[in-house]
Structures are given as structure tokens and as C-alpha cells.
Write a protein that binds this ligand. Structure first.
Ligand code: IMP
Length: 435
């Protein structure tokens, strides 16, 4: 299977970074295909936590080629900071192992300001990450944005910045009444972006042509999704979504490969649900139990530090994701976080305006109520015990788990109609049981 896409099946933060990191071992090229610096992928290697926003998770593997595809809202400031940070942490980063597509839309200072101004002004706040991602994609669709290739030619960049600057300033000041920082002036922006352009130039490349050439040479390609299916601009809980398509078919467009080249799609499903930002979360758990799960799962945004809302696993949602993406396997993550609960609920259906349904009533979520099935808890299991089970799982597979945990995993697989490829029971790379 030369091209495998890894997709978040819920609202993002399913633990994709860790799964991509594990799968990267057996792949030659790792490509990030959507979103921007709004994403945060956490990888834990030998007690050290690495947080990535733009650079694909394969970077910690050294000899892999890591690419940022044309559909990514590219923030040069974040990219440069990230590669410098990785270098300091001892990871070799160079144009040899990372590249950025010429076509990526570039996040400009006005995009971040507009993100903030729109959120302040909105009656219905989305709760964005304020990384300028939505306004950057708006400009791409309006065909007024800058692309990476524009930064590489000083005259083109100057002309484009000059033509975009004043309309954006007027919008921010006169329409939104937004207070602008002093450094928001055309000259400073040009100086800043010229410096980025110099550092960036050796990394700019044609991702489509590289990936197609890699496929001709039978190289293994891993496509890394950001966010999750329920944040997809078309199929998510609109308008409480991000501004890109997060599903596997979008990967082909972004990377510039034939849709038929993606022959395997894996979904990452967390053993419960989390959401950061506003919008419906039908299985939301409030009160002390919610607090407890948030604490146990360390559910705070990687990018913004915001506390994530938590809820029970939603199987109609997982099935919806499986259908949209054609999951051939599921990676079930953070099973260990459920330890110590007496009872674990799972949504298996919905009471929706049209009657009871096993489907996710995606356009009537706020008028629908989840129908739960309850499971007995797994008991209080300390971290060291999960580590032992993970080690034992190499041979014993699911039989290494407590009986109730095994039942839970098997139920998820049966209800989704998709095999479980791995179960992760702790934050370390070694705490994944591959089935
Ligand atoms: P934006 O993508 O910053 O415009 O934010 C839109 C919505 O997507 C907000 O609810 C964000 O919290 C959410 N979001 C964006 N990126 C991520 C992510 O990587 N993980 C989880 N939620 C995200």
C-alpha cells in the first residue's frame, strides 16, 4: 500500500501525531495536507514532548522526506520557529528532509488580525485558534492571497503586499474598529516577509511532482491530516468548523496526486470525544466527571492551551467518519484515560427530529439526543500497569487488556464495521498495541 492517509475521525486532537509518528517508521515520504498552524500534533519520544504545528510528524525520524502540500495555510513565521526549535532539540532539519509547496497560501499579519477582529465582532463566535487560517483561505478563494512562490520574488512580493495592505487596513480599522499594533505597517511587513523569504527559499518545492515521482519509484507515502472530520468545512458542524476539508479525498487535491493513488485510509478515534472551541458536542459530559476526564487525558489545546470540552464516544459520528473517508482501519487512542470510571457510556444512536436513527443527524445535532449503551469500567489502573500491558500486547494483542477494556474495543470495531489496527494506552510511542 504505497499511499496511506491518516485522518482524525472526531473534532481533532484524537492523537494523530502519535499515530503518524509510529506509522512514519515504515514510510519514506510524510505529507501534511490541510489546515495550518491551527493544528497541534504532540509526540512523546523518550520522555520528551515535541509539539508540531506545521512540520509533519515524520521529522523526528531523521531520514524521511517531510512535505507541506499546496492545501496548507502556510505561516512562514511558525515554520521557521519550528524548524529552529527542532534543530535545537537535536533533530536534523534541512531542505534535504523538509519541503514546502510553491502553491501554499501564505498567512499574512492581516489574516491574524482579521481572525481576532471577526471573532470579537461575531454574534456567533466560532472560537477559532486565532492563527489567521480562516482569513488566509478566504483570500485564496477570492484569488487575492499571496502564495509561497510570490515570496520568492522580491518585486512580486512587494507589488502584492502593497496592493493588499491598504484594503485590509481599512477593513480592520474602519469596519471592525480593531486596534492595530504599531508594527502593522507596510514597510515593516515587507522587511519581515523578505527575511522569511530568504530563509524559506531553499525549502520551496513542487510537492505534487515530488510525490508522483516517489510513487513511480514505489516509495511509501503517508498523508497526515490535521483537525478532524467534524471540523471539515463541508461535512462538519458548520459554521463551527475550520476552513479546510479535513477528509481523505481532499488530500489528493492538496498533494496533487490522483484520487485513485490513495489506497488505504486509517481513522484515528479517541476512546472518548473532545472538542475545543464552540459548536455542538452532543455527548458532552459536564461537572466533576468531565473535569476528571479532562485532567486524566490532559485535554488542553496544543496550540492555544484552551481546556477541551469532553464527551463520551459517539459511534454514529465514528461511522459517519468511516463512511466519508472509507476507513480501512481504526487506531483507537487514549483508552487508558477511561480507567477508574465505574461506568462508561457510548452513544450508539440518536433520538432525532425524524425518529430514532443510527446515523449521525449532522444538520440537526442540536435538536437530537444521543442514545447510550453503558459498559462496566475497567477499574483503577496505574500508568505502570498500562505500560506493562502495552509490552505484553506485542504478543498477546487484545488479550493483554482487562476483559472490560477488550470488550469495549471489540464493540467499537463491530459497530463501525472497521478493523482496529492499534489501541493506544499511554502517551509514549511504545504504548501502542498494534493488532
Ligand atoms: P480555526 O481553524 O482556527 O479557524 O478554528 C475553527 C475551529 O476549529 C475552532 O473550533 C478551533 O478550535 C478548531 N480547530 C482548529 N484546529 C484545530 C485542531 O488542530 N484541533 C482541534 N480543534 C481545532
Amino acid at each position: 500500500m504505497p499511499v496511506l492517509a491518516v485522518i482524525g475521525a472526531q473534532f481533532g486532537d484524537e492523537g494523530k501525531g502519535k499515530i503518524v509518528d509510529a506509522l512514519a517508521e515504515s514510510h519514506d515520504v510524510i505529507v501534511r495536507f490541510n489546515g495550518g498552524a491551527n493544528a497541534g500534533h504532540t509526540i512523546k519520544v523518550r520522555e520528551k514532548e515535541i509539539k508540531l504545528h506545521l512540520v509533519p510528524s515524520g521529522i523526528v525520524h531523521g531520514r524521511k522526506r517531510n512535505l507541506i502540500a499546496s492545501g496548507v495555510a502556510f505561516d512562514p513565521a511558525v515554520f521557521i520557529k519550528e524548524i529552529e526549535g527542532l534543530r535545537k532539540a537535536g533533530y536534523p532539519v534541512s531542505p534535504e528532509n523538509i519541503g514546502v509547496d510553491f502553491r501554499c497560501p501564505v498567512v499574512m499579519p492581516w489574516h491574524k488580525l482579521l481572525d481576532a477582529a471577526k471573532e470579537e465582532a461575531a454574534g456567533q463566535k466560532i472560537g477559532t485558534t486565532m492563527r489567521g487560517v480562516g482569513p488566509c483561505y478566504e483570500d485564496r478563494a477570492a484569488r487575492t492571497g499571496l502564495r509561497v512562490v510570490d515570496l520568492l520574488d522580491a518585486a512580486t512580493m512587494q507589488a502584492k503586499v502593497t496592493s493588499r495592505y491598504m484594503p485590509k487596513r481599512t477593513l480592520l480599522e474602519n469596519y471592525y474598529g480593531h486596534k492595530l499594533p504599531q508594527e502593522f505597517n507596510e514597510r515593516e511587513i515587507l522587511v519581515e516577509y523578505s527575511q522569511y523569504a530568504q530563509k524559506l527559499a531553499p525549502y520551496a518545492c513542487d510537492v505534487s511532482s515530488e510525490v508522483n515521482a516517489a510513487l513511480m519509484k514505489k516509495k511509501m507515502v503517508l498523508l497526515e491530516g490535521a483537525q478532524g472530520v467534524m471540523l471539515d468545512i463541508s461535512y462538519g458542524t458548520y459554521p463551527f468548523v475550520t476552513s479546510s476539508n479535513t477528509t481523505a479525498p481532499a488530500a489528493a487535491t492538496s498533494v496533487g496526486i490522483p484520487a485513485s493513488a490513495i489506497n488505504e485510509v486509517h481513522g484515528v478515534v479517541k476512546a472518548y470525544t473532545t472538542r475545543v472551541g464552540n459548536g455542538p458536542l452532543p455527548t458532552e459530559i459536564s461537572g466533576a466527571l468531565g473535569e476528571r476526564l479532562r485532567g486524566q487525558g490532559r485535554e488542553f489545546g496544543t496550540t492555544t492551551g484552551r481546556p477541551r470540552r469532553v464527551g463520551w464516544l459517539d459511534l454514529p459520528m465514528a461511522r459517519y467518519s468511516a463512511r466519508l473517508n472509507g476507513f480501512s482501519a481504526i487506531h483507537l487512542t487514549k483508552l487508558d484515560v477511561l480507567s477508574g470510571l465505574d461506568e462508561i457510556n457510548v452513544a450508539v444512536a440518536y433520538d432525532a427530529p425524524g425518529g430514532k436513527t443510527r446515523e449521525l443527524p449532522v444538520v440537526a445535532l442540536e435538536k437530537s439526543k444521543p442514545v447510550y449503551k453503558s459498559f462496566n469500567g475497567f477499574g483503577e489502573i496505574p500508568a505502570a500497569e498500562w505500560r506493562r500491558m502495552a509490552a505484553e500486547g506485542r504478543k498477546k494483542k487484545l488479550r493483554a487488556l482487562p476483559e472490560n477494556a477488550k470488550k469495549y474495543v471489540e464493540f467499537v470495531a463491530k459497530e463501525c464495521g472497521v478493523r482496529i489496527a492499534s489501541v493506544s494506552v499511554g502517551p509514549e510511542r511504545s504504548e501502542i498495541i498494534f493488532l
